[in-house]
Ligand binder design. Structure first.
Ligand code: NDP
Length: 391
């Protein structure tokens, strides 16, 4: 099987690399990364890739040097990422973080490749476009987010028309029990430490604000074509049940598993087969207790904002994600506080409400990119005002 991995040097990328390294039937077409060229070169040598691409032009020489004598082609820059996605392959992992992951995955669909989609921003920003592109090329998108993989698995052999509701779980993040006053002082180090999952820094902080769950609610709506009111979120601190599907006969099918992304990645890699995977087996007796609680919209407004975005539709998902990315950058840079992130996203959407483009149907990557840029500009401007005036 020919495979390519976009975002190979990240958390999902490393888990994918681990699974690919255990197989002897894999032909690696392209591996891509960002600034971590040393690791990218190691992976490319180890999997004997045809091509290694860094997203950054200024990393080209370092990557070339690290791969000298290997015979592996080297390229750099955004166009090179797209060209890599256009190389014929059978299976593509989309694991670049952020809106930058959309275009390569979109291009890969045109080759008819199976797209293993970890990059949730793709469905949030351009869901209808992506799903149409997959149908047009008879390509398949397989969800890799653990919740969506869980729903996908629970739906196997079922009629989507018999689905009443889908419940996705949230760990609640490191601040699940914190008061609003405590949240006001939450630091970057505290937000970047997840209680149950080991993930990249950005998604970890998004889990602390529940923006990650907000993106996943929109992702669920786009991938499974459900009505917003059919999608529920519950907080489940142990992260053992990833999602449940409720059917019209009252049955609830739950997917349980250890919090290890190699399960969802491996499922997408082997689909429609189930192959043995090197993940821990659950000991339910030792776990003893699984607990659940309702999310608190007052302390964590991200879920409410996701509902508004689903009502608005059109380019609201792109604007929401762009504002969230800016808010995250500003928080990481120490310019705004933890709770300011949701405030900034809300203010950005509000200021875009009078813009007709916000609710226009998503027709092309270009309109998504334009909304992404517009929302980024507004959010950046609003953030600088928040910094100077205090939110
Ligand atoms: P990481 O930050 O760990 O890795 C991101 C990858 O993307 C790295 O390879 C990085 O390169 C590369 N990258 C960063 N910026 C750019 C850019 N502008 N252009 C091209 N490549 C870039 O992220 P994760 O692995 O945690 O997450 C990846 C995606 O998967 C996200 O969309 C996330 O929401 C989703 N996801 C992640 C889960 C997890 O467990 N981590 C679970 C479910 C979904 P480098 O590091 O070399 O700079």
């Amino acid at each position: 099987m020919r495979v390519s991995v976009f975002g190979a040097t990240g958390s999902i990328g490393e888990s994918t690399f681990d699974l690919l390294s255990r197989r002897d039937d894999i032909e690696t077409v392209a591996l891509t990364g960002g600034r971590n060229v040393t690791r990218l070169a190691q992976q490319a040598r180890s999997l004997n890739a045809q091509l290694a691409v860094t997203a950054h032009d200024d990393c080209y020489q370092a990557l070339k040097q690290a791969l000298s004598g290997s015979g592996i082609e080297v390229a750099a820059g955004t166009d090179a990422l797209i060209a890599a996605a256009e190389r014929p392959t059978d299976w593509v992992m989309s694991a670049i973080v952020g809106a930058a992951g959309l275009a390569p995955g979109f291009r890969a669909l045109a080759q008819g490749a199976t797209l293993a989609l970890a990059n949730k921003e793709s469905l949030v920003t351009a869901g209808p476009l992506l799903m149409r592109e997959a149908a047009r090329h008879n390509a398949r998108i397989l969800p890799v987010d653990s919740e969506h993989s869980a729903v996908f698995q629970a739906l196997t052999g079922e009629d989507i028309a018999a689905v009443e509701r889908v419940i996705i779980t949230a760990s609640g993040g490191p601040f699940r029990t914190w008061s609003k006053a405590q949240l006001a002082g939450a630091s970057l180090a505290q937000a970047a430490k997840h209680p149950t999952w080991d993930m990249g820094q950005r998604i970890t902080i998004d889990s602390a604000t529940l923006f990650n769950k907000a993106l996943e609610v929109i992702e669920t709506r786009e991938y499974f074509d459900l009505r917003p009111e059919q999608i529920e979120v519950i907080v489940h601190p142990q992260s053992i049940i990833h999602a449940l599907v409720g059917f019209r006969d009252g049955a609830l099918m739950a997917h349980l598993g250890a919090p290890d992304m190699r399960h969802a990645i491996g499922y997408a890699l082997n689909w429609p087969e189930r192959a043995a995977l090197p993940v821990a087996r659950l000991d339910l007796v030792q776990l003893a207790q699984l607990s659940f609680e309702a999310p608190d919209p007052d302390r964590f407004p991200a879920l409410r904002l996701a509902r508004e975005v689903m009502e608005l539709r059109g380019h609201a998902g792109a604007a929401f994600n762009a504002a969230k990315e800016v808010a995250l950058d500003e928080f990481i840079a120490g310019h705004i506080g933890f709770q300011d992130m949701a405030l900034l996203v809300e203010r950005t959407i509000d200021s875009l409400l009078s813009n007709s483009g916000l609710t226009d149907a998503v027709e092309s990557l270009e309109t998504v990119a334009a909304m992404n840029q517009m929302a980024r500009d507004i959010a950046t401007r609003l953030a600088s005002r928040m910094t100077s005036l205090g939110a």
